[in-house]
Design a protein around this ligand. Sequence first.
Ligand code: CA2
Length: 150
Amino acid sequence: MGTIVLLLSGPNLNLLGTREPEVYGSATLDDHVATATSVAAAHGLTVEHLQSNHEGDLVDAVHGARGRCAAIVINPGALTHYGWSLHDALAAYDGVVVEVHLSNPMTREPWRHTSVVAPVATGTVAGFGGDGYRLAIEAVAARLAVEDLR
Ligand code: CA2
């Protein structure tokens, strides 16, 4: 199986490509997963993807990644702004965590300006549309390569 990167997608991201293309682009979630998968493969990494509209499913997936996955790339959807159980699960995860957003929440409504995930992420990619998934995987690969050198 090799080195696994868990890609997590939060609530409503299954609707990508159907509404609000001016904010989130016209690509579907499957398109973003395909991008992440092919960029990861070029670095010898395997992507596992889960989308859920339920916070507990995402918490369970983070628990299941402990000791099994080298990194988590997560677009938590609106849970970004209030998902404290997701925050706590990620805090208990030892690998690399990259938070990714299609839009730049800091340029949007004030309630989107707080991320409860950012404090437990290695870093955040936001505002680059679908290219954010490529950038997030590149960041994971770079960080894992540095860790291998230690
Ligand atoms: O910019 C992002 O990637 C977000 O994580 C997307 C979330 C939003 O709550 C965050 O503030 C920023 C929302 C995803 C919902 O996507 C939809 C797509 C099409 C139709 C309806 C919702």
